[in-house]
Design a protein around this ligand. Structure first.
Ligand code: GP9
Ligand code: MN
Length: 619
């Protein structure tokens, strides 16, 4: 390798590793990371060795400037959003504007260190170039050298990526934790893969949406609204009250009302249900965005993106969210989640969704840790302290964490719960953490009651998505006493509970209408007594619809009477599980497909603003 190429290689590598040590907060002794960073820098500079001296020096300098620019940009973004930049964010330039306005506060004098080599290297490399001249290598030798660097670079990068995939096999599908990717394969590796994914996803989206199609989508939304009654039932039963929404990690419906070894698994949820509206036929409609998809469904009433996660891919779209609508009614809005703010791009997305505040990991005292982070009990305790300081009415959106996969938490803080024959199994661990999450929720509700907040609030609790993955379905069959966990049973088990408590436990009762996360927002807005006629929502108000329907992201759908596995061409009677001729559901199938297609168009083409205008003019 030429001496000048080598010098640039060393400096760029050191700078990138230094960047990593800043965002890691600890310093780096991560072999795959070091390998990946060396690999990516080799791939960046290897071919410079093939160029004549002047062109080579110029190119190396430009490459170094570019890397420095990327490092500084990411550093500033990280200080602002606790995250690194990515193509979907860059493509929607307004986020850069928000960082730009506070750029001076974000820059530290010590950041100059990243530019030192730019001042030094041009001189040093001229000297090094002279050295090269003396022992000038022939072109053939230089080709061999460059080729070796290329092969070593590819090898090191592949090693880093494969090590990362061993622990996080899904991470490149939705990019749920960008900082984690950078911590494991370095900044250049991350940006390379991010750019590749971005270009790939661009191919798939339709180029443009015609005015006619936009009208068609607006009509579809309007039709859905008009199916619901003109003077809706239970409108405003929570008017002016706080709205407290708790999204519980991995809580499925099948645990509700069930006991094991003579003890209820979720005694507190069961008790809450007795004084609440309870939707027992409510499906998770999440996809590649996991928890973030559940948040999206509830807060904007749109399907999650067909690939990856909407939170990651479309973080700066216009959304007419629950928080925005309630803000217009004078509510203070706050999202609370005791995890890294950059995870699922929340720090960016919560601003987009219009939350006034985001109480994140840094705002909680890490007094009790179990599983992924702060225990739910401590999370609720500390969140309540924040809530008490808010001016009422407020919308508090709390997302729990303890009951997160794979449920093998340190049990020190979980208490004991006898799960009988399932002890020390995956399923037993799940029941234990769910029991814990229920207990934490129970204490939270008691505290809300003791402080008089409960009856000044509408309290909604739901599960975000499944907790038992398909490869563990046998446990579920065993627990539910089913002979076989066939497709029918499996789809039926994709339900999560939705519980909505109206002050003083009024209007309680169980509703069997089919629904899902998409329906949360229209239902809750009706309860809060807020007009939503201009809001482009794809869900329906479950309290005012004659019939329900949950469309799952991959196209299966569930109506009040049938379950249809669309792609398999099979349908079942929802109640008995007996086969029903799928062709008789052609109309519903078409409706489900349209709904998904429209949702994708709205998201991929950022149509919300136009749809609002259309809906306004029509009403
Ligand atoms: C972490 C938590 C986990 O912030 O929300 O998300 P998940 O892995 O369930 O999507
Ligand atoms: Mn989750």
């Amino acid at each position: 390798m030429n001496a000048d190429v080598f010098l640039y290689f060393i400096f760029i590598t050191v700078k990138l590793l230094f960047f990593n040590s800043i965002i890691d907060g600890t310093g780096i002794v991560n072999i795959p990371l070091i390998a990946s960073v060396i690999g990516t820098v080799l791939l960046l500079v290897f071919w410079a060795g093939l160029l004549p001296r002047k062109a080579r020096l110029l190119l190396l300098f430009i490459l170094d400037c570019a890397v420095t620019f990327i490092i500084i940009a990411d550093l500033l973004f990280f200080r602002y959003f606790s995250d690194v930049l990515s193509m979907p964010v860059l493509a929607q330039a307004s986020v850069v504007t928000s960082v730009k306005s506070s750029i001076l506060n974000l820059l530290h004098a010590s950041d100059l260190i990243f530019a030192v080599d730019l001042l030094l290297l041009p001189f040093v490399s001229v000297k090094a170039g002279r050295l090269n001249k003396k022992r000038k290598a022939g072109f053939g030798k230089r080709i061999i050298c460059a080729l070796s660097a290329f092969i070593i670079g590819i090898g090191l990068c592949s090693y880093g990526v494969s090590e990362l995939l061993k622990t996080q096999p899904e991470i490149f599908k939705s990019f749920y934790d960008r900082v984690y990717i950078v911590q494991n394969i370095g900044l250049l590796g991350f940006h390379g893969i991010d750019a590749f994914q971005y270009v790939k996803s661009m191919d798939k989206s339709e180029l443009s949406v015609s005015e006619d199609i936009k009208k068609e989508i607006a009509e579809f939304i309007k039709e859905k609204k008009s199916e619901q009654q003109s003077s809706p039932k239970l409108f405003g039963i929570g008017k002016g009250k706080n709205l407290i929404v708790v999204q519980v990690e991995a809580l499925q419906e099948f645990v509700i009302g069930k006991s094991i070894e003579g003890q209820e698994i979720t005694p507190n949820l069961n008790k809450l249900i007795k004084s609440s509206l309870y939707f027992d036929n409510y499906y998770t409609q999440t996809a590649g965005g996991g928890t973030s998809d559940a948040e999206l469904l509830s807060n904007v009433s749109m399907h999650p993106a067909r690939d990856g996660a909407t939170y990651i891919r479309f973080p700066l779209n216009d959304y007419y969210s629950l928080a925005k609508r309630l803000s217009e009614e004078g509510y203070l809005t706050s999202a609370m989640h005791a995890y890294r703010p950059g995870f699922w791009n929340r720090s960016v997305m919560y601003r987009t969704l219009g939350f006034d505040e985001f109480i994140d990991k840094e705002d909680y005292i890490p007094e009790e840790i179990s599983g992924m982070g702060l225990t739910d009990k401590s999370f609720f305790r500390q969140s309540l302290e924040y809530m008490e300081k808010y001016k009422e009415p407020y919308y508090a959106f709390l997302i729990t964490l303890t009951s997160h996969f794979p449920y093998d938490n340190d049990k020190k803080h979980l208490g004991s719960f006898n799960v009988g024959k399932y002890k020390d199994t995956f399923f037993g661990n799940y029941l234990e953490v769910i029991h814990y999450a229920d207990e934490a929720l129970g204490s939270f509700i008691d505290e809300l009651e003791a402080r008089g907040i409960l009856d000044r609030s509408v309290l909604a609790v739901y599960g975000d998505h499944f907790g038992i993955p398909r490869d563990k379905k046998e446990y579920l069959a065993d627990f539910l006493g089913l002979k076989e966990m066939d497709d029918y049973n499996w789809v039926k088990q994709q339900r999560v509970p939705l519980i909505i408590r109206i002050p003083e436990g009024k209007y309680k009762g169980t509703k069997h209408i089919a629904g899902g996360g998409l329906d949360f927002m229209p239902t809750i807005l009706n309860i809060m007594g807020v007009d939503s006629s201009n809001m482009p929502m794809l869900g329906r108000d479950l309290l005012n619809s004659a019939e329900g329907m949950a469309v799952l992201r991959h196209g299966y759908f569930i109506t009040d009477k049938y379950i249809c596995l669309t792609s398999k061409g099979v349908a079942y009677d929802a109640e008995s599980g007996s086969i029903y001729p799928a062709e008789k559901l052609a109309k519903e199938k078409e409706l489900a497909a349209r709904q998904l297609r429209y949702s994708d168009m709205i998201t991929e083409h950022n149509l919300v603003k136009e749809l609002i205008e259309y809906l306004k003019n029509e009403t």
